[in-house]
Write a protein that binds this ligand. Structure first.
Ligand SMILES: Nc1ncnc2c1ncn2[C@@H]1O[C@H](COP(=O)(O)OP(=O)(O)OP(=O)(O)O)[C@@H](O)[C@H]1O
Ligand SMILES: CC(=O)N[C@H]1[C@@H]2OC[C@@H](O2)[C@@H](O)[C@@H]1O[C@H](C)C(=O)O
Length: 378
Protein backbone atom coordinates (compact mmCIF):
# COMPACT_ATOMS: atom_id res chain seq x y z
CA UNK A 1 0.00 0.00 0.00
CA UNK A 2 1.46 3.36 -0.93
CA UNK A 3 1.83 5.87 1.86
CA UNK A 4 -0.13 9.10 1.42
CA UNK A 5 1.34 12.20 3.04
CA UNK A 6 -1.45 14.24 4.53
CA UNK A 7 -0.52 17.90 4.53
CA UNK A 8 -3.00 20.06 6.35
CA UNK A 9 -3.81 23.55 5.24
CA UNK A 10 -4.11 25.92 8.17
CA UNK A 11 -5.76 29.29 8.49
CA UNK A 12 -3.35 31.70 10.15
CA UNK A 13 -3.46 35.31 11.25
CA UNK A 14 -0.21 37.29 11.18
CA UNK A 15 0.26 40.29 13.47
CA UNK A 16 3.08 42.72 12.79
CA UNK A 17 4.07 45.83 14.73
CA UNK A 18 7.11 46.93 12.73
CA UNK A 19 10.05 49.21 13.43
CA UNK A 20 8.17 52.23 12.04
CA UNK A 21 5.75 51.80 14.95
CA UNK A 22 2.83 53.03 12.86
CA UNK A 23 0.40 50.38 14.04
CA UNK A 24 -0.57 46.71 13.92
CA UNK A 25 -0.84 45.04 10.51
CA UNK A 26 -3.17 42.05 10.56
CA UNK A 27 -3.32 39.60 7.66
CA UNK A 28 -4.95 36.24 7.07
CA UNK A 29 -3.17 33.52 5.08
CA UNK A 30 -4.11 29.92 4.33
CA UNK A 31 -1.13 27.68 3.84
CA UNK A 32 0.34 24.23 4.41
CA UNK A 33 3.61 25.89 5.40
CA UNK A 34 5.14 25.42 1.94
CA UNK A 35 2.65 26.79 -0.52
CA UNK A 36 0.48 29.87 -0.09
CA UNK A 37 -3.02 28.54 -0.68
CA UNK A 38 -4.77 31.87 -0.20
CA UNK A 39 -3.88 35.43 0.76
CA UNK A 40 -6.92 36.58 2.68
CA UNK A 41 -8.04 39.98 3.97
CA UNK A 42 -5.72 42.34 5.81
CA UNK A 43 -5.98 45.58 7.72
CA UNK A 44 -3.83 48.17 9.53
CA UNK A 45 -4.89 49.22 13.02
CA UNK A 46 -2.90 52.46 13.49
CA UNK A 47 -1.42 53.57 16.79
CA UNK A 48 -2.36 57.03 17.92
CA UNK A 49 0.54 59.46 18.39
CA UNK A 50 0.52 59.11 22.19
CA UNK A 51 0.99 55.32 22.10
CA UNK A 52 3.67 55.65 19.45
CA UNK A 53 5.52 57.98 21.83
CA UNK A 54 5.15 55.37 24.59
CA UNK A 55 6.72 52.78 22.29
CA UNK A 56 9.54 55.19 21.50
CA UNK A 57 10.19 55.62 25.22
CA UNK A 58 10.09 51.81 25.47
CA UNK A 59 12.95 51.71 22.98
CA UNK A 60 14.97 54.02 25.23
CA UNK A 61 14.19 51.97 28.33
CA UNK A 62 15.22 48.79 26.51
CA UNK A 63 18.75 50.11 25.88
CA UNK A 64 19.74 48.82 29.33
CA UNK A 65 18.46 45.26 28.81
CA UNK A 66 20.90 42.38 29.00
CA UNK A 67 18.37 39.53 28.79
CA UNK A 68 15.51 38.78 26.42
CA UNK A 69 12.92 38.39 29.20
CA UNK A 70 13.87 41.35 31.41
CA UNK A 71 11.09 43.93 31.72
CA UNK A 72 12.32 46.67 34.09
CA UNK A 73 10.68 50.05 34.67
CA UNK A 74 7.63 50.68 32.54
CA UNK A 75 8.41 47.88 30.06
CA UNK A 76 6.21 45.27 31.77
CA UNK A 77 3.22 47.61 31.70
CA UNK A 78 3.93 48.59 28.10
CA UNK A 79 4.07 44.92 27.10
CA UNK A 80 0.65 44.28 28.64
CA UNK A 81 -0.83 47.29 26.84
CA UNK A 82 0.77 46.31 23.54
CA UNK A 83 -0.51 42.74 23.85
CA UNK A 84 -4.02 43.91 24.71
CA UNK A 85 -4.00 46.21 21.69
CA UNK A 86 -3.12 43.20 19.54
CA UNK A 87 -6.00 41.24 21.09
CA UNK A 88 -8.35 44.14 20.33
CA UNK A 89 -7.03 44.28 16.75
CA UNK A 90 -7.75 40.55 16.30
CA UNK A 91 -11.26 41.05 17.65
CA UNK A 92 -11.94 44.04 15.34
CA UNK A 93 -10.46 42.20 12.36
CA UNK A 94 -12.72 39.19 12.94
CA UNK A 95 -15.81 41.41 13.22
CA UNK A 96 -14.86 43.47 10.18
CA UNK A 97 -14.38 40.44 7.95
CA UNK A 98 -17.08 38.27 9.59
CA UNK A 99 -14.60 35.60 10.65
CA UNK A 100 -15.12 33.57 13.80
CA UNK A 101 -12.08 33.08 16.05
CA UNK A 102 -12.75 29.33 15.84
CA UNK A 103 -11.95 29.43 12.10
CA UNK A 104 -8.39 30.60 12.85
CA UNK A 105 -5.95 27.79 13.63
CA UNK A 106 -3.05 29.90 14.72
CA UNK A 107 -1.79 33.45 15.24
CA UNK A 108 1.77 34.44 14.32
CA UNK A 109 2.62 37.20 16.80
CA UNK A 110 5.68 39.36 16.12
CA UNK A 111 5.36 41.90 18.92
CA UNK A 112 7.42 45.10 18.98
CA UNK A 113 11.18 44.96 18.66
CA UNK A 114 12.64 47.27 21.29
CA UNK A 115 16.26 46.13 21.09
CA UNK A 116 18.25 44.19 18.50
CA UNK A 117 21.92 43.45 19.28
CA UNK A 118 22.92 40.44 17.19
CA UNK A 119 26.55 40.85 18.31
CA UNK A 120 25.41 40.05 21.84
CA UNK A 121 22.96 37.38 20.63
CA UNK A 122 20.17 39.55 22.01
CA UNK A 123 16.91 40.49 20.33
CA UNK A 124 13.97 41.67 22.40
CA UNK A 125 10.36 41.85 21.26
CA UNK A 126 7.67 43.11 23.60
CA UNK A 127 4.53 40.97 23.38
CA UNK A 128 3.14 38.29 25.66
CA UNK A 129 2.15 35.24 23.60
CA UNK A 130 0.39 33.47 26.49
CA UNK A 131 -1.71 36.54 27.27
CA UNK A 132 -2.64 37.05 23.62
CA UNK A 133 -3.62 33.41 23.20
CA UNK A 134 -5.86 33.48 26.25
CA UNK A 135 -7.40 36.84 25.28
CA UNK A 136 -8.22 35.71 21.72
CA UNK A 137 -8.89 32.02 22.41
CA UNK A 138 -6.52 31.19 19.51
CA UNK A 139 -3.27 29.19 19.61
CA UNK A 140 -0.44 31.71 19.27
CA UNK A 141 3.15 31.38 18.12
CA UNK A 142 5.41 34.11 19.48
CA UNK A 143 9.17 34.65 19.84
CA UNK A 144 10.01 33.46 16.35
CA UNK A 145 13.43 35.11 16.37
CA UNK A 146 14.76 33.49 19.54
CA UNK A 147 15.68 29.98 18.34
CA UNK A 148 17.58 31.38 15.38
CA UNK A 149 19.78 33.41 17.73
CA UNK A 150 20.32 30.43 20.02
CA UNK A 151 21.75 28.67 16.96
CA UNK A 152 24.10 31.49 16.06
CA UNK A 153 21.82 33.46 13.72
CA UNK A 154 21.21 37.20 13.55
CA UNK A 155 17.55 36.69 14.54
CA UNK A 156 16.55 38.71 11.45
CA UNK A 157 15.37 38.92 8.75
CA UNK A 158 12.71 36.18 8.96
CA UNK A 159 10.48 37.25 6.11
CA UNK A 160 12.67 35.53 3.43
CA UNK A 161 10.88 32.18 3.94
CA UNK A 162 7.69 33.93 2.84
CA UNK A 163 9.43 35.72 -0.04
CA UNK A 164 10.51 32.31 -1.33
CA UNK A 165 6.90 31.09 -1.23
CA UNK A 166 5.73 34.30 -2.94
CA UNK A 167 8.16 33.70 -5.79
CA UNK A 168 6.28 30.44 -6.37
CA UNK A 169 2.94 32.20 -6.14
CA UNK A 170 3.82 34.79 -8.80
CA UNK A 171 5.31 32.10 -11.03
CA UNK A 172 8.88 33.42 -10.99
CA UNK A 173 10.01 30.13 -12.56
CA UNK A 174 13.68 30.23 -13.56
CA UNK A 175 14.08 33.90 -12.72
CA UNK A 176 15.98 35.24 -9.74
CA UNK A 177 13.70 37.66 -7.94
CA UNK A 178 14.83 40.24 -5.40
CA UNK A 179 12.21 41.13 -2.81
CA UNK A 180 12.82 44.41 -1.01
CA UNK A 181 11.11 45.49 2.17
CA UNK A 182 11.45 49.18 2.91
CA UNK A 183 10.17 49.40 6.46
CA UNK A 184 11.83 51.31 9.28
CA UNK A 185 14.91 49.39 8.14
CA UNK A 186 15.34 48.03 4.61
CA UNK A 187 16.02 44.37 3.87
CA UNK A 188 16.46 42.35 0.69
CA UNK A 189 15.84 38.69 -0.18
CA UNK A 190 17.17 37.06 -3.36
CA UNK A 191 15.11 34.05 -4.37
CA UNK A 192 17.00 31.85 -6.83
CA UNK A 193 15.36 28.75 -8.29
CA UNK A 194 16.14 25.62 -6.29
CA UNK A 195 18.24 27.43 -3.67
CA UNK A 196 17.48 28.59 -0.14
CA UNK A 197 16.83 32.35 -0.06
CA UNK A 198 19.78 34.73 0.40
CA UNK A 199 18.87 37.71 2.54
CA UNK A 200 20.04 40.46 4.85
CA UNK A 201 19.21 43.90 6.18
CA UNK A 202 20.75 46.35 3.74
CA UNK A 203 20.51 49.77 5.37
CA UNK A 204 18.19 52.42 6.73
CA UNK A 205 14.63 52.53 5.41
CA UNK A 206 11.91 54.92 6.53
CA UNK A 207 12.87 55.28 10.19
CA UNK A 208 15.63 57.79 9.47
CA UNK A 209 13.47 59.69 6.97
CA UNK A 210 10.61 59.80 9.50
CA UNK A 211 12.95 61.11 12.20
CA UNK A 212 14.23 63.76 9.80
CA UNK A 213 10.72 64.89 8.87
CA UNK A 214 9.67 65.00 12.51
CA UNK A 215 12.74 66.95 13.58
CA UNK A 216 12.79 69.43 10.69
CA UNK A 217 9.13 69.86 9.80
CA UNK A 218 7.14 68.39 12.70
CA UNK A 219 5.43 65.90 10.39
CA UNK A 220 5.42 62.12 10.71
CA UNK A 221 6.74 61.13 7.27
CA UNK A 222 7.49 62.38 3.76
CA UNK A 223 4.18 61.54 2.11
CA UNK A 224 4.77 60.06 -1.35
CA UNK A 225 8.34 61.38 -1.15
CA UNK A 226 7.15 64.84 -2.22
CA UNK A 227 9.65 66.72 -0.06
CA UNK A 228 12.53 64.51 -1.21
CA UNK A 229 11.51 64.98 -4.84
CA UNK A 230 11.99 68.74 -4.42
CA UNK A 231 15.45 68.43 -2.89
CA UNK A 232 18.98 67.74 -4.11
CA UNK A 233 21.20 65.00 -2.79
CA UNK A 234 24.01 66.33 -0.58
CA UNK A 235 26.86 64.08 -1.79
CA UNK A 236 29.10 64.91 1.18
CA UNK A 237 26.49 63.68 3.64
CA UNK A 238 25.51 60.67 1.50
CA UNK A 239 29.14 59.58 1.31
CA UNK A 240 29.57 60.03 5.04
CA UNK A 241 26.67 57.62 5.62
CA UNK A 242 27.98 55.17 3.02
CA UNK A 243 31.40 55.21 4.72
CA UNK A 244 29.85 53.15 7.50
CA UNK A 245 31.48 49.69 7.43
CA UNK A 246 27.99 48.15 7.46
CA UNK A 247 27.66 48.86 3.74
CA UNK A 248 30.83 46.89 2.93
CA UNK A 249 30.06 43.94 5.15
CA UNK A 250 28.79 40.76 3.50
CA UNK A 251 25.54 39.27 4.73
CA UNK A 252 24.09 37.78 6.80
CA UNK A 253 23.73 40.99 8.80
CA UNK A 254 20.95 42.81 10.57
CA UNK A 255 20.31 46.25 12.00
CA UNK A 256 18.81 47.81 15.08
CA UNK A 257 16.52 50.79 14.46
CA UNK A 258 19.05 53.04 16.21
CA UNK A 259 22.17 51.86 14.36
CA UNK A 260 21.93 54.90 12.06
CA UNK A 261 21.11 58.40 13.30
CA UNK A 262 20.72 61.93 12.00
CA UNK A 263 24.09 62.95 13.48
CA UNK A 264 25.58 63.36 9.99
CA UNK A 265 22.81 65.72 8.81
CA UNK A 266 24.09 68.91 10.49
CA UNK A 267 23.44 72.00 8.41
CA UNK A 268 21.37 70.20 5.77
CA UNK A 269 18.14 71.81 4.51
CA UNK A 270 14.79 69.91 4.82
CA UNK A 271 14.20 68.95 1.15
CA UNK A 272 17.86 68.17 0.46
CA UNK A 273 17.99 66.03 3.59
CA UNK A 274 14.94 64.02 2.51
CA UNK A 275 16.46 63.58 -0.98
CA UNK A 276 19.77 62.46 0.52
CA UNK A 277 18.12 59.89 2.79
CA UNK A 278 15.97 58.57 -0.08
CA UNK A 279 19.16 58.08 -2.15
CA UNK A 280 20.83 56.42 0.84
CA UNK A 281 18.00 53.89 1.14
CA UNK A 282 18.06 53.12 -2.59
CA UNK A 283 21.85 52.80 -2.64
CA UNK A 284 21.84 50.35 0.28
CA UNK A 285 19.30 48.21 -1.56
CA UNK A 286 21.12 48.10 -4.90
CA UNK A 287 24.50 47.57 -3.24
CA UNK A 288 23.04 44.43 -1.66
CA UNK A 289 23.02 42.72 -5.06
CA UNK A 290 26.71 43.54 -5.51
CA UNK A 291 27.57 42.25 -2.04
CA UNK A 292 25.62 39.04 -2.63
CA UNK A 293 27.01 38.82 -6.16
CA UNK A 294 23.55 38.03 -7.50
CA UNK A 295 21.97 39.73 -10.47
CA UNK A 296 18.19 39.67 -10.06
CA UNK A 297 15.90 39.64 -13.10
CA UNK A 298 13.51 41.93 -11.24
CA UNK A 299 13.20 43.89 -8.02
CA UNK A 300 9.85 43.72 -6.20
CA UNK A 301 9.49 46.46 -3.62
CA UNK A 302 7.24 46.26 -0.55
CA UNK A 303 6.90 48.17 2.72
CA UNK A 304 5.81 51.74 3.31
CA UNK A 305 8.89 53.01 1.47
CA UNK A 306 7.46 51.71 -1.81
CA UNK A 307 5.05 54.65 -1.54
CA UNK A 308 7.95 57.08 -1.43
CA UNK A 309 8.23 58.08 -5.09
CA UNK A 310 11.70 59.53 -4.53
CA UNK A 311 13.06 56.18 -3.33
CA UNK A 312 11.36 54.33 -6.20
CA UNK A 313 12.76 56.88 -8.69
CA UNK A 314 16.28 56.46 -7.28
CA UNK A 315 15.97 52.67 -7.52
CA UNK A 316 14.80 52.80 -11.13
CA UNK A 317 17.54 55.27 -12.09
CA UNK A 318 20.32 53.11 -10.70
CA UNK A 319 19.09 49.55 -11.25
CA UNK A 320 21.05 49.15 -14.47
CA UNK A 321 17.90 48.56 -16.49
CA UNK A 322 16.60 45.78 -14.24
CA UNK A 323 12.84 46.14 -13.74
CA UNK A 324 11.80 47.67 -10.41
CA UNK A 325 8.17 46.93 -9.57
CA UNK A 326 6.01 47.64 -6.56
CA UNK A 327 4.48 44.59 -4.87
CA UNK A 328 1.07 45.82 -6.06
CA UNK A 329 2.23 45.69 -9.67
CA UNK A 330 2.83 41.97 -9.10
CA UNK A 331 -0.60 41.46 -7.51
CA UNK A 332 0.86 41.38 -3.97
CA UNK A 333 0.41 43.65 -0.97
CA UNK A 334 3.39 45.81 -0.13
CA UNK A 335 1.91 47.01 3.14
CA UNK A 336 0.82 43.63 4.43
CA UNK A 337 3.65 41.40 3.27
CA UNK A 338 5.27 41.16 6.71
CA UNK A 339 2.01 40.43 8.51
CA UNK A 340 1.28 37.76 5.89
CA UNK A 341 4.78 36.43 6.46
CA UNK A 342 4.16 36.07 10.19
CA UNK A 343 0.99 34.08 9.46
CA UNK A 344 2.94 31.83 7.07
CA UNK A 345 5.82 31.42 9.54
CA UNK A 346 3.36 30.39 12.27
CA UNK A 347 2.16 27.52 10.05
CA UNK A 348 5.75 26.53 9.32
CA UNK A 349 6.51 26.63 13.03
CA UNK A 350 3.55 24.30 13.77
CA UNK A 351 5.10 21.86 11.31
CA UNK A 352 8.66 22.33 12.60
CA UNK A 353 9.78 23.54 9.17
CA UNK A 354 12.79 25.86 8.98
CA UNK A 355 12.14 29.57 9.45
CA UNK A 356 15.74 30.56 8.74
CA UNK A 357 18.80 29.32 6.85
CA UNK A 358 22.54 29.98 7.05
CA UNK A 359 22.03 32.20 3.97
CA UNK A 360 19.33 34.37 5.60
CA UNK A 361 20.53 34.89 9.16
CA UNK A 362 23.86 33.10 9.40
CA UNK A 363 22.29 30.44 11.62
CA UNK A 364 24.47 27.34 11.88
CA UNK A 365 21.89 25.14 10.08
CA UNK A 366 18.29 25.62 8.92
CA UNK A 367 16.17 25.88 12.06
CA UNK A 368 12.54 26.25 12.96
CA UNK A 369 11.45 28.60 15.72
CA UNK A 370 8.61 30.10 17.68
CA UNK A 371 7.00 29.29 20.99
CA UNK A 372 3.46 27.88 20.95
CA UNK A 373 0.95 29.14 23.52
CA UNK A 374 -2.51 27.65 23.88
CA UNK A 375 -5.39 29.55 25.47
CA UNK A 376 -5.60 28.91 29.22
CA UNK A 377 -8.38 26.48 29.95
CA UNK A 378 -8.12 24.73 26.58
N1 LIG B 1 2.37 57.41 1.27
C1 LIG B 1 3.60 57.26 1.80
N2 LIG B 1 4.62 57.99 1.30
C2 LIG B 1 5.87 57.88 1.81
N3 LIG B 1 6.20 57.08 2.84
C3 LIG B 1 5.22 56.33 3.36
C4 LIG B 1 3.88 56.37 2.87
N4 LIG B 1 3.14 55.51 3.60
C5 LIG B 1 3.98 54.96 4.51
N5 LIG B 1 5.24 55.45 4.37
C6 LIG B 1 6.42 55.16 5.18
O1 LIG B 1 6.38 53.82 5.56
C7 LIG B 1 6.53 53.68 6.96
C8 LIG B 1 5.83 52.44 7.41
O2 LIG B 1 6.41 51.36 6.71
P1 LIG B 1 6.17 49.87 7.11
O3 LIG B 1 4.80 49.73 7.68
O4 LIG B 1 6.58 49.05 5.96
O5 LIG B 1 7.25 49.72 8.26
P2 LIG B 1 7.37 48.63 9.39
O6 LIG B 1 6.72 47.38 8.94
O7 LIG B 1 6.94 49.26 10.64
O8 LIG B 1 8.94 48.47 9.46
P3 LIG B 1 9.89 47.17 9.43
O9 LIG B 1 9.68 46.47 8.15
O10 LIG B 1 11.24 47.79 9.52
O11 LIG B 1 9.55 46.39 10.64
C9 LIG B 1 6.00 54.98 7.55
O12 LIG B 1 6.60 55.25 8.77
C10 LIG B 1 6.42 55.98 6.46
O13 LIG B 1 7.71 56.41 6.67
C1 LIG C 1 14.85 42.73 14.86
C2 LIG C 1 13.78 43.21 13.96
O1 LIG C 1 12.63 43.37 14.37
N1 LIG C 1 14.14 43.44 12.69
C3 LIG C 1 13.18 43.86 11.68
C4 LIG C 1 13.51 45.25 11.18
O2 LIG C 1 12.56 45.67 10.19
C5 LIG C 1 13.05 45.30 8.90
C6 LIG C 1 14.33 44.59 9.20
O3 LIG C 1 14.71 45.20 10.43
C7 LIG C 1 14.12 43.08 9.45
O4 LIG C 1 15.36 42.54 9.79
C8 LIG C 1 13.17 42.80 10.62
O5 LIG C 1 11.85 42.61 10.26
C9 LIG C 1 11.39 41.78 9.25
C10 LIG C 1 9.93 41.62 9.36
C11 LIG C 1 12.04 40.39 9.20
O6 LIG C 1 12.45 39.84 10.20
O7 LIG C 1 12.09 39.84 8.11
Amino acid sequence: MSETRIVSVRTALGLMSGTSMDGIDVALVRSDGRVIVERGPSHLFPYEAAFRRRLESGLSMAQALTGRDERPGGLAELEVELTDRHAAAVDSFCRQFAISASEIDVIGFHGQTVLHRPKNALTVQLGDGARLSTATGIATIADMRANDMIHGGQGAPLVPAYHAALAGLIGAGDETVAFVNIGGIANVTFVQPGEPPVAFDCGPGNALIDQWMQEQAGIAFDQNGTIASEGRVVERVLNAYLDDPFFRKDGPKSLDRNDFSLALMDGVELHDGAATLARLTATGILEAAKLADILPARWIVAGGGARNAAIMHELRQASGGVQVESAEQCGLSGDMMEAEAWAFLAVRSLQSLPLTWPTTTGVSRPVTGGVLHRPKGD
